[in-house]
Design a protein around this ligand. Structure first.
Ligand SMILES: [Zn+2]
Ligand SMILES: [Zn+2]
Length: 183
């Protein structure tokens, strides 16, 4: 258990009595990504880093697009494909159906979260995601172009507190802190 406010272990954010602490430099009073942080970088001058978050970024997993993956039966978005696969592997076909019908990526994600992880999912989910992302690169020209123009930049998903797929520092930290200084 780790607190998302002060980063100490043993309690959660809603019970935290400490001041907010920057996760990168450990100073109190501001979040990582704030210009007060000594690792702050001006995002317009950090050309070696490409961070993405939000539906307007083609690399983002909620980017609206249609993909053909895992057979041609379903036209789906990245998040839909992932949550659908998880539900099917878990044997929860009702949830899988709901995922397919979900109007937005966020809905798909919420439904997916109600499904218990199938056995061995922690080992398999990266392979599943890789297949989906490969399909996205092949099928969506904007995604392909984005990657081809990235040269040797470091690319990462700006996912707040997402330790699995994102960077996990804080909502602004990736854009505004030097990634070489991350904890
Ligand atoms: Zn705390
Ligand atoms: Zn800091």
């Amino acid at each position: 258990m780790q607190c998302f406010n002060c980063w100490e272990t043993g309690h959660r954010k809603h019970r935290c009595k400490n001041d907010r602490k920057c996760r990168v430099c450990k100073q109190t009073g501001y979040a990582p990504g704030s210009s007060e942080c000594k690792h702050y970088v001006d995002p317009t001058n950090s050309g070696d880093v490409i961070a993405f978050q939000g539906k307007s970024y083609p690399l983002y997993n909620f980017y609206p697009c249609h993909l053909n993956v895992f057979g041609e039966k379903h036209k789906t978005m990245e998040e839909h494909a992932y949550q659908m696969t998880k539900a099917i592997r878990a044997g929860d076909l009702e949830a899988a159906k709901k995922v397919i019908e979900a109007g937005t990526a966020l809905d798909a994600k919420r439904i997916g979260h109600t499904v218990k992880d199938p056995q061995g999912w922690h080992k398999e989910k990266e392979t599943v995601m890789e297949e989906i992302v490969s399909a996205k690169v092949e099928q969506i020209p904007k995604v392909k172009a984005k990657l081809e123009n990235s040269n040797s930049s470091t690319i990462f998903a700006e996912g707040t507190f997402d330790m699995q797929w994102g960077t996990g520092l804080d909502v602004d930290a990736t854009l505004h802190t030097d990634h070489k200084m991350w904890p």
